[in-house]
Design a protein around this ligand. Structure first.
Ligand code: LLP
Length: 426
């Protein structure tokens, strides 16, 4: 048995995940098919936790909010970063305690704020308008809510512009130069207890220098806010650590990140004379490489390129179309076969941009082969849609040879769900 990538292996020319032959899975469950390795989630979480042994890890639910996957992370001791009332609902259902959940979001509704107050979670406040609404909602229910402010630190994460969140032009957070004034205001407001500070500079970051810039800027603000007399209990540095989507790509590990962030955090906390809890909100690192998407070849066509038409498209994996993201692909039933040419793997969606993998070296590909798209656990299924009238596919969890369905595939009834045809059209 040889390792293909991380936890993926090959046996008799077939791709194996968690001891299970992927071609058996496609025969039993059909395609498209999302398959997640349970142990890999636990291992990734523990690797991260080991690097940041004194920090709290709040899993970013947006990356993958399958309930079973969130339960696994709850078992491992994760808190959660949630970005909507729906994500909050799911995190609580997964068993993540309310006092280990941070409700983030740049445009929360009053209903979301009320739910956050009701469930006792902490809130990362993104604007003064939100602060005022929250004070009204909390104090009218005789409640006090623990908050952080989301800071826009104006740091370039050197990643794709669509996933850069801490630039001064970004919609997220309060500009860093206005943050001290926001705390001054917050301490005076009824129902508001400012105890934290939060930022998040971006995602798929492949260099540690933006993180050191961010932690320094945040500690400057912590110092100023502490001098005001605000007793901060936590600093949430968000997340953003990238993963190696390309074979052989060198990327920083959680330990590399910890080696940059922790000395600055510890030294500066000590100098200020406070004991802060550090929170990190990893999503991609925890689940990204745990999952593959298996898809069947419907057609192979030679035109200007060799196009391999498969049964999954950007309805099930939008990252390549949206961010030009690279996902490695292998032919799951021919992992030992020699490279024979350059192929472009495309989905069945009626859009020219529905390309999953451009110009890849693959063995001879023919109809009914199975293509595995790797590293789709983060922002894969969670960003899926039913576009073009395509029901979403089945999700499986595999562990040590065991296979469980963790979401059944949708059918045509799901396409019609909640649609109401007024009686005059019947
Ligand atoms: N915390 C906050 C406040 C966030 O906005 C995010 C991600 C995270 C944590 C988790 O970051 P991560 O560890 O996953 O880098 N759909 C895009 C990624 C969007 C990320 C949005 N925020 C993609 O597929 O690349």
């Amino acid at each position: 048995m040889f390792t293909i990538q991380n936890h993926l292996e090959k046996r008799n020319g077939h791709l194996i995940i968690a001891g299970v032959d992927t071609t058996n899975l496609t025969q039993e469950f059909g395609t498209p098919l999302y398959v997640t390795n349970e142990q890999r989630i636990r291992d990734n979480f523990n690797t991260y936790q080991k690097a940041f042994s004194h920090a709290d890890l709040y899993y970013a639910a947006k990356a993958n909010y399958n309930l079973t996957i969130m339960r696994i992370l709850a078992q491992e001791g994760a808190g959660a970063d949630v970005f909507s009332d729906g994500e909050l609902y799911m995190a609580l259902l997964a068993g993540i305690p309310g006092d280990r959940i941070l409700f983030n979001g740049n445009s929360k509704t009053d209903r979301e704020l009320a739910m956050a107050v009701e469930t006792g979670v902490r809130i990362s406040v993104d604007s003064l308008d939100e602060l005022h609404a929250l004070s009204r909602i909390a104090s009218s229910g005789q409640k006090t809510v623990d908050i952080a402010f989301r800071v826009n630190p104006d740091v370039s994460p050197k990643t794709h512009p669509k996933i850069s969140t801490g630039l001064k032009t970004s919609k997220f957070g309060i500009p860093h130069q206005d943050v001290v004034a926001a705390y001054k205001e917050a301490v005076e407001l009824p129902g508001i207890n400012p105890i934290g500070m939060h930022c998040h500079i971006g995602s798929q970051i492949l260099d540690t220098s933006p993180f050191s810039e961010a932690i320094n800027r945040m500690m400057d603000l912590v110092e100023q806010v502490t001098r005001l007399g605000v007793e901060l209990e936590f600093l949430d540095l968000g997340s953003g650590l990238g993963i190696p989507y390309k074979k052989g790509e060198m990327v920083p590990t959680p330990q590399d990140l910890a080696d940059i962030v922790l000395p600055i955090f510890n030294k500066r906390s000590q100098a200020i004379g406070i004991k802060l809890k550090l929170i990190i909100e990893p999503g991609r690192y925890i689940v990204g490489d745990t999952t593959i998407l298996l898809t069947t070849v419907n057609t192979v066509k030679t035109a200007i390129k060799k196009f391999v038409g498969v049964d999954a498209g950007f309805n099930l994996l939008i990252r390549p179309a949206m961010y030009d993201s690279y996902h490695h692909v292998v032919v799951a039933n021919k992992v030992d076969a020699k490279v024979s040419g350059i192929y472009t793997v495309v989905g069945p969606i009626c859009e020219t941009g529905d390309i999953l993998a451009s110009d890849r070296e693959l063995p001879v590909v023919v109809k009914d082969d199975i293509i595995a798209i790797l590293d789709v656990g983060a922002y894969g299924f969670s960003m899926s849609s039913q576009y073009n009238g395509r029901p979403r596919c089945t999700e499986l969890l595999v562990n040590n040879g065991q296979v469980d369905v963790i979401r059944k595939g949708e059918d045509f009834d799901d396409l019609m769900m909640n649609q109401i045809v007024p009686s005059r059209f019947l």
